[in-house]
Write a protein that binds this ligand. Structure first.
Ligand SMILES: [Zn+2]
Length: 170
């Protein structure tokens, strides 16, 4: 989906201002609030309709303003770790923001600042998940309450871990 010409123009202005060291205050705002999935947007990894699973939506926003939505962090990571396969023509250098939906408040947060618990008893639309939490405290609480195996940062999620989530019986 597209953010429309006005937004793209504003993004271009933001980039221009950032180039001369002046960042408009609403630039951060634009990325702090990712667009919702369209009613018929399909997950690029599994093909499921993302809008059916609002508690699990994960989103990549690209620098040109368009975005892709996923029905859970696991599929988001699969795509990010193999863009050529799942979103051909897109490069990691062109990612403007990555967002996940945190478990307790259902707010959409910056995935790079989120905490992820794997191996818990909470299943997403695609089975075993990396459940996103907004803080270290939330992650510790969630891990305890839902028998989580491990708390991870964004950068610690690897293809091997994703494989192990898919292989484990939910
Ligand atoms: Zn999916």
């Amino acid at each position: 989906m597209s953010l429309g010409p006005a937004c793209a123009q504003r993004r271009a202005l933001c980039l221009a201002l950032a180039g001369v060291g002046l960042v408009a205050p609403d630039c951060a705002q634009a990325l702090a609030a990712p667009p919702p999935p369209g009613a018929r947007d399909l997950c690029p990894v599994c093909g499921m309709m993302v809008s059916k699973y609002p508690h699990w939506v994960a989103t990549i926003v690209w620098k040109d303003g368009h975005s892709h939505h996923f029905d859970g962090p696991k599929d988001l990571f699969k795509a990010l770790l193999n863009l050529g396969k799942f979103i051909p023509g897109h490069r990691s250098e062109d990612v403007a923001g990555v967002f996940v939906t945190e478990f307790y408040g259902l707010k959409r947060i910056d995935a790079r600042k989120a905490w992820f618990v794997q191996g818990s008893d909470v299943l997403g639309p695609m089975g075993n998940e990396l459940v996103p939490l907004a803080s270290a405290e939330d992650a510790a609480d969630f891990r305890k309450d839902h028998k989580g195996r491990q708390i991870l940062h964004f950068d610690q999620v690897t293809p091997a871990l994703i494989q192990s989530l898919d292989a484990a019986k939910p």
